[in-house]
Design a protein around this ligand. Structure first.
Ligand SMILES: Nc1ncnc2c1ncn2[C@@H]1O[C@H](COP(=O)(O)OP(=O)(O)O)[C@@H](O)[C@H]1O
Ligand SMILES: [Mg+2]
Length: 328
């Protein structure tokens, strides 16, 4: 692939295994997707589908009992899945940054937030402490924290959830990474604060040309944020297509179920009133993945073939990918 159209991130046939006393189980099974420079891509699926462990594998943060069992992760064409820990640490923060659902667990409770932002500049850019502290206040200004010089001296517990997530965004974007991975960044926040945080992320990343991998169980959130969406179910990608098209013509019964269960808000409002319908049943655990199509026990369209044969991820005419024997 030539340099010009080489993806920023390329996840190729990713396999993650879970090792238990009962054996080794495929937790993530052949996941592939790419993100171009500056592109926004969503990863959506109910809780337990494997979104977070996919993100952790990109960051090189998988730990026992989970492990990389196959596939490649390339950043600007360079394979990073086997990099030594020291090189991975350098990559994290500097080229790929991640924010999580609960900023309280990622922030150090014993350090002022300004110090924690400043550390990024010292660590990754070799800035002096004096320089770094003033850059930290600038960073808080950019994430629209009021009275940033004062707030820099606050400890995490003194800030609201929304303010803490702004601090996390400031830390994540401090070194102008190429890719921001946001894993359920607003799930723990009040609804009114959620959209402020998402808008802030979008605005700052767009201005910097930072690509976003937005991970959420909320299809509305990812389609509002991202150009393109990967739908994940039980460790596999079942559908991939443009956000707009997900609403107009979801192809996989699982995606159709997610669309049908959306409340009428934002982008969704354009598509008229819908009856809220939950998808019956639950996501199976890794050790109990069904044979054939993993969605078949919950699928209203299943036939015999679904219970035995794994459907291939198939490219459709309009550019979407779908993994279903009876798509459409
Ligand atoms: N450390 C772990 N040990 C065992 N199972 C795990 C661990 N982390 C995640 N899992 C399992 O892996 C599956 C995918 O988890 P996760 O990636 O967190 O899902 P999601 O982010 O989509 O909600 C789930 O079944 C979860 O229970
Ligand atoms: Mg998760």
């Amino acid at each position: 692939m030539s340099g010009a159209n080489m993806p920023l991130l390329s996840v190729e046939d990713l396999h993650i295994s879970l090792t238990t006393d009962a054996g080794r189980f495929p937790a993530v099974d052949g996941v592939s997707f790419t993100i171009a420079r500056g592109e926004t891509v969503g990863l959506v699926g109910e809780s337990g589908c494997g979104k977070s462990i996919t993100a952790l594998s990109i960051m090189g943060l998988l730990r026992d009992p989970l492990g990389l069992a196959g596939g490649k992760i390339k950043l600007s064409g360079q394979e990073i899945q086997n990099l030594p820990a020291s090189q991975l640490r350098a990559l994290r923060g500097k080229r790929i940054a991640m924010i999580f659902q609960e900023p309280m667990t990622a922030l150090n409770p014993l350090k002022a937030v300004g110090t924690q932002i400043a550390e990024m500049f010292v660590l990754h850019q070799g800035a002096s402490w004096r320089e770094a502290e003033s850059k930290a206040v600038d960073a808080l200004t950019q994430v629209k924290v009021p009275a940033p010089a004062q707030r820099a001296k606050d400890f995490p517990h003194q800030l609201s959830g929304g303010m803490r997530q702004r601090v996390m965004i400031a830390i994540a974007l401090a070194c102008e990474p190429d890719l921001l991975i946001a894993d359920e960044p607003t799930t723990a926040l009040d609804v009114t604060v959620q959209s402020e945080i998402v808008d802030l992320m979008k605005e700052l990343c767009a201005a910097r040309g930072t690509a976003i991998l937005m991970i959420s169980h909320d299809l509305g959130l990812v389609t509002d944020t991202c150009k393109r969406v990967c739908v994940m179910y039980a460790g596999r990608i079942v559908e991939q297509q443009d956000s707009e098209r997900i609403f107009n013509s979801p192809q996989h019964p699982y995606t159709q179920g997610l669309v049908a269960s959306l409340p009428r808000l934002g982008m969704r409002a354009r598509h008229g009133r819908r009856r809220l319908t939950e998808i019956a049943g639950v996501v199976p655990g890794i050790t109990a993945y069904p044979v054939g199509c993993r969605f078949h026990p919950r699928c209203t369209r299943r036939t015999e073939i679904c219970e035995t044969v794994v459907p291939e991820l198939t490219a459709l005419a309009e550019g979407s990918l779908v993994r279903c024997h009876h798509h459409g």
